[in-house]
Design a protein around this ligand. Structure first.
Ligand SMILES: Nc1ncnc2c1ncn2[C@@H]1O[C@H](COP(=O)(O)OP(=O)(O)OP(=O)(O)O)[C@@H](O)[C@H]1O
Length: 368
């Protein structure tokens, strides 16, 4: 990655009649980086990507690639290529012909085309499949060919529209890592849209979390996970237990919250400063931030006891559903993969604790 900016969007808006699909979006992407736009269905990701590709004109705002305005420039004249979820490979052509297609259209000489196709196949780790037909490839191989077909054209920016969406879970997990490696090997800027937070987090240098047409937060995956600036980001990135309640006390940046069921929590306010007494808030605590034990403790800011109601076994991702003793609040807690909990069962009494800074609290009304 360099400090040179490959793509910059300034005050970008798109309206469909009276509906604002993209609202005043601003971002800049350094050369050679992996940038993801993450958000739920309907938040405006595809609309934004189609404006970058040139398939849609912005209602207002600017898009620059390498400092040059793209307004009014048709898709085939922009230094970008796009990989679609359905891939759009040509089934009647061989793999090599598919990859060569764009180069032929550019009237490149045959020996140079052959050289580039071979080099691309080498770089995607499929050096021997050039003569195969597309139907002889697996789903993951097709993905890589679709990406190679774009990358031989040496675009400044590659746009990827949920390209892993059609793959089964296991292959998707594998392709996440492959895609990240490909992006590094080709050193090309990738802009990737997805509703899958794990895809965005694993692959990206920077993630923009999009909600209802706006960017809520743009940052490294770690920033979004550890320092979500809005309740939407806290709820959408990673898993969280979420409670609604009101502030009953505050000391400095530490606030005490009572939930609707009467559960008391202590949290550190980070982004919504100066929450007042009686103010309605949403509080988030991640299942992996809660410490579990069979012994009752009182050393943390939050100390609760409850009964195991369900064991959600999922290997290393296993969780417990715990019903708090006094108020009946339900909490999800990650099950530590230690011997201590190997015999845990429904009905066991466990003690839960975490400190104030391990939960996030926000003024309510902002969450969706
Ligand atoms: N051509 C159009 N005319 C009117 N409304 C549109 C048009 N295209 C998109 N929209 C609306 O704009 C909003 C954003 O759509 P968009 O396809 O960008 O969302 P998305 O985040 O890509 O969703 P998904 O993940 O489901 O593809 C949606 O409410 C959609 O109904």
């Amino acid at each position: 990655m360099s400090s040179e900016i490959d793509l910059r969007a300034t005050n970008l808006c798109k309206n469909f009649d009276n509906f604002e699909a993209v609202k005043d979006v601003n971002f800049s992407i350094p050369r050679g980086s992996f940038f993801s736009i993450l958000g739920p269905s309907g938040c405006g990701k595809t609309t934004l990507l189609r404006m970058l590709a040139g398939f849609l004109e912005p209602t207002s705002g600017e898009i620059e690639i390498k400092g040059r305005s793209m307004l009014g420039i048709p898709p085939n004249k922009r230094p970008v290529n796009m990989v679609f979820q359905h891939l759009a490979l040509f089934p009647m052509m061989t793999v090599a012909e598919n990859i060569a297609y764009g180069l032929k259209r550019r009237k490149m000489k045959k020996p140079e085309i052959t050289k580039r196709v071979e080099s691309a196949l080498e770089r995607i780790g499929l050096p021997d499949v050039g003569n195969r037909s597309i139907s002889q490839l697996s789903g993951g191989q097709k993905q890589r060919i679709a990406i190679a077909r774009c990358l031989v054209l040496e675009p400044d920016v590659l746009l990827l529209d949920e390209p892993l969406g059609a793959l089964d879970l296991k292959l998707r997990e594998h392709m996440k890592i492959e895609l990240k490696k490909l992006q590094q090997a080709f050193d090309t800027t990738f802009i990737y849209i997805t509703h899958d937070q794990s895809e965005a987090m694993v692959m990206s240098d920077t993630v923009a979390v999009m909600n209802e047409g706006r960017f809520e937060q743009v940052g490294a995956p770690q920033d979004l996970y550890y320092h979500p600036q809005t309740p939407f980001v806290a709820g959408f990135v990673g898993e969280s237990n979420r409670f609604s309640g009101s502030v009953v006390n505050r000391e400095g940046e530490t606030v005490e919250v009572i939930t609707e069921s009467g559960q008391r929590f202590v949290a550190r306010e980070k982004f919504d400063k100066k929450l007042n007494s009686e103010e309605q808030v949403d509080l988030f605590v991640r299942p992996e931030m809660i410490h579990l034990s069979y012994e009752k403790g009182d050393k943390s800011d939050n100390n609760l006891s409850g009964q195991v109601e369900n064991i959600l076994f999922d290997g290393g991702n296993s969780r417990l559903l715990i019903r708090e003793q006094v108020t009946g609040a339900e909490l999800q807690v990650v099950l530590p993969q230690t011997q201590a909990f190997s015999r845990v069962k429904g009905g066991d009494e466990l003690h839960l604790c975490w400190n104030a800074e391990q939960s996030h609290v926000y003024r309510s009304g902002l969450a969706s």
